[in-house]
Design a binder for this molecule. Structure first.
Ligand SMILES: [Zn+2]
Length: 561
C-alpha cells in the first residue's frame, strides 16, 4: 500500500492528458463523501454529503466538505453525480448549489426526489438529470455509465467515468445482497464487463472492509422482526433512518399481518415515506397508514409507530420520547425496535436512550440483542469478489476511517493489485492518473467546515475548544478596576462565576499572579485596556490550570476605578 505522506505541498497544474482525483470528504471519516474528478480543465463532482458531529463538537448541526479548492473553479463543474440518497452523500449539495445553483445534478429517481425535498427547504430550484442503471450520460469530457448497486436505500448507483485518461469506477456505498427485498442486485455482470474492458482505477466503499465474510441478506431479518410484532403486548415503536425504505417496508408488512395500523412520526420520516410511496418504492396496503392522532383511539397492540432518531440525535423523535418531551409517551408493554447500525461516535448517545426507554417500561430490541438489522455495506468477502471480477489496475479505498481504508487496501493487495497501486489517501490529497499510473501529487484545503444554525464555516476549531472548555469548566469573568490610564489595581480583583468552581486559595494565587503581571505591564508602559485584559485573562487561566487543574474560559474586563 502506498500511504499519502503527512506533509504534502500544493499540487502542480493538472496533467493535460491525465485524470486528477481529489477526495474532499469521506476519506478518514464515515460521512461527508465527496470526490472531484478533473480532466481537460473540467470538473465532475461525485456525491456531496454531510458528516454528523461527535460529542466533542457541541452545537454543530452538520459538517461539510471543504469547498475552498473549488471556489475559483465553480464554472468548470460539469455536473454533480449522486450515487444514492443518504445524507452523507447528498446533504452537502444545497451548500454547493448556493455557490452556483445551475450545476446539473445527476442521479436516480429516488435520490433526486429526496434531494429535491431538501432543496425546497433551502429555496433552491435545481437542474436535475434523471438516470437509471444501465444509462449513459455525457457531462463535458466525462462519459458516464451507471451500474445498479444494492445498499440500505433503494436506487443506488455506481458510476463509471470514462475519459481519454482511462476508465474509473466509483462504487458509492454498496453490498452484494443476493436476496434483496426489491430484487435489485448489485450488477456483477456489468462489473464483469468492466473487468474485461480494463479498469484503470477503482474507488471502493471501505466501511465494512474489516468485517470478515459476507453481509447477510435483508430477507434473513424477517423472522426476528415478525417475532417483535407477534409478541409485543403494547405498541411497537420502530426507529430507523428516514431513508431506509426496505426496512420500513418490512415493518409495514409485519404490522399489516398482525392487524396493526401504522403512523409515521417526525417531519423527515413523513416526508420521505410520502415520496417513496408516490414513486412506488414503498407498497402500502389501503388503510394501513393513519395519522398519529388516530392511533390514540386504538388498543396499543393494534399500533405501530415509525420514527427517526436511531442514531441518538438529540432533537429527533426517539430521543425526545426517551426524555419524555415528545407527545408519544412510552409505557409498559411497548417495544422499541432500533432498526439501524451504530455509526461510530454515536454509541454513548444511543446507549443512553436505550436505558431511558427501558426505565420508562419499554422492551428495547436492537442489533445487539436480536437479528433486526443488517449493514448496507459490503464485508470483506464481497469486496474480494469485486476485486477479482473487476481486476483494477489501481485502487483507492474510500468511505471509511483510516483503519477501514487500510483493511480494504490489504484486501486489494491479496487479490493481486500491486502494492504501489493501492493508494491510501485522506481528504484533500490529490491523485493524478496518467497512462494508467496513479500517483499522489499534492494536497488542497481540507478543513472540517461546520454548519451551526444559519452560519457555515464561522465556527472554527478554536470555537469548539472554547465550547468544550465551557462544558467542562464553565466561564470565569475577572473584573479589574484600574486607576485611570495606568496598569495599577485600585481594588482587589472581582471574580464572577458561571459554571466554574474554584477554591479561595486558587483564586488568591491567581490574584497574586495578576498583581505581578500588572507590575510588569507598568514597567513596560502597557496601559491599553484590551492588552491588559488579555494579560489578566491569560495570567488567571495559567494560574488556575496550575493550582486546580481546571481550565475555564476566562474573560477579563478592565474598568476605570
Ligand atoms: Zn449510504
Amino acid at each position: 500500500m502506498h500511504t499519502a505522506p503527512r506533509e504534502l505541498t500544493r499540487p502542480p497544474a493538472a496533467p493535460p492528458q491525465g485524470l486528477r482525483i481529489t477526495p474532499l470528504g469521506g476519506i478518514g471519516e464515515i460521512g461527508r463523501n465527496m470526490t472531484v474528478f478533473e480532466h481537460a480543465g473540467k470538473l465532475l463532482v461525485v456525491d456531496c454529503g454531510v458528516l454528523f458531529p461527535e460529542e466533542s463538537q457541541p452545537g454543530i448541526d452538520v459538517i461539510l466538505p471543504d469547498f475552498t479548492s473549488l471556489e475559483s473553479r465553480l464554472d468548470d463543474i460539469e455536473a454533480i453525480v449522486l450515487t444514492h440518497g443518504h445524507e452523507d452523500h447528498i446533504g452537502g449539495v444545497p451548500y454547493l448549489l448556493k455557490q452556483r445553483p445551475d450545476i446539473p445534478v445527476v442521479g436516480s429517481q429516488l435520490t433526486l426526489a429526496f434531494l429535491s425535498a431538501k432543496l425546497t427547504e433551502h429555496n433552491i430550484k435545481p437542474v436535475l438529470v434523471h438516470v437509471e442503471a444501465g444509462d449513459r450520460h455525457t457531462a463535458g469530457p466525462f462519459a458516464l455509465e451507471f451500474i445498479a448497486v444494492n445498499h440500505s436505500i433503494p436506487d443506488g448507483l455506481a458510476v463509471v467515468i470514462r475519459t481519454p485518461a482511462g476508465v474509473v469506477l466509483h462504487t458509492g456505498d454498496f453490498r452484494m445482497d443476493q436476496f434483496p427485498l426489491d430484487g435489485r442486485l448489485t450488477d456483477l455482470r456489468a462489473f464483469g464487463r468492466l473487468g474485461e474492458e480494463g479498469l484503470d482505477l477503482l474507488l471502493v466503499d471501505s466501511t465494512n472492509a474489516e468485517i470478515p465474510g459476507f453481509t447477510i441478506s435483508e430477507t434473513e431479518l424477517t423472522p426476528a422482526i415478525d417475532q417483535v410484532f407477534t409478541t409485543t403486548p403494547g405498541r411497537v415503536i420502530v426507529s430507523s433512518f428516514a431513508s431506509h425504505v426496505h426496512r420500513i417496508q418490512q415493518v409495514l408488512d409485519a404490522s399489516h399481518a398482525r392487524g396493526r395500523k401504522v403512523a409515521f412520526v417526525g417531519r423527515s420520516m413523513v416526508r420521505n415515506m410520502r415520496i417513496a410511496r408516490e414513486l412506488g418504492y414503498l407498497t402500502v396496503p389501503r388503510g394501513l397508514v393513519i395519522d398519529y392522532a388516530k392511533t390514540r383511539n386504538l388498543p396499543p397492540n393494534k399500533v405501530t409507530l415509525i420514527c427517526t432518531g436511531s442514531q441518538g440525535e438529540p432533537m429527533a423523535a426517539l430521543a425526545r420520547m426517551a426524555g419524555e418531551t415528545h407527545e408519544v409517551r412510552i409505557s409498559d408493554g411497548d417495544t422499541v425496535l432500533l432498526a439501524s447500525s451504530l455509526i461510530p461516535g454515536n454509541e454513548s448517545a444511543i446507549y443512553g436512550i436505550i436505558n431511558k426507554l427501558t426505565d420508562l417500561g419499554a422492551n428495547v430490541v436492537h442489533k445487539g440483542n436480536a437479528r433486526v438489522h443488517v449493514s448496507g455495506h459490503a464485508s470483506a468477502g464481497e469486496l474480494v469478489y469485486c476485486y477479482n471480477i473487476l481486476r483494477p489496475r489501481n485502487v483507492m479505498p474510500v468511505h471509511g476511517e483510516p483503519k477501514h481504508l487500510r483493511a480494504n487496501g490489504a484486501l486489494a493487495e491479496r487479490t493481486g493489485v500491486p502494492t504501489d497501486n493501492v493508494l491510501i489517501v485522506r481528504d484533500g490529497v490529490v491523485v493524478d492518473m496518467v497512462d494508467g499510473v496513479a500517483r499522489i501529487v499534492g494536497q488542497v484545503e481540507n478543513d472540517l467546515v461546520y454548519v451551526d444554525g444559519q452560519t457555515v464555516g464561522h465556527v472554527t476549531e478554536d470555537t469548539l475548544a472554547d465550547r468544550r472548555k465551557l462544558s467542562a469548566a464553565g466561564v470565569l469573568t475577572v473584573l479589574a478596576f484600574l486607576r485611570s490610564g495606568t496598569a495599577e489595581l485600585a481594588e482587589p480583583l472581582e471574580y464572577l462565576h458561571r459554571g466554574s468552581v474554584h477554591g479561595q486559595d486558587s483564586l488568591d494565587n491567581a490574584s497574586r499572579a495578576v498583581e505581578k503581571a500588572l507590575a510588569d505591564a507598568t514597567r513596560n508602559k502597557t496601559t491599553a485596556g484590551d492588552q491588559l485584559e488579555d494579560i489578566i485573562a491569560k495570567t488567571v487561566a495559567r494560574s488556575l490550570a496550575r493550582s486546580s487543574r481546571r481550565e475555564p474560559v476566562v474573560i477579563a474586563v478592565v474598568l476605570d476605578a
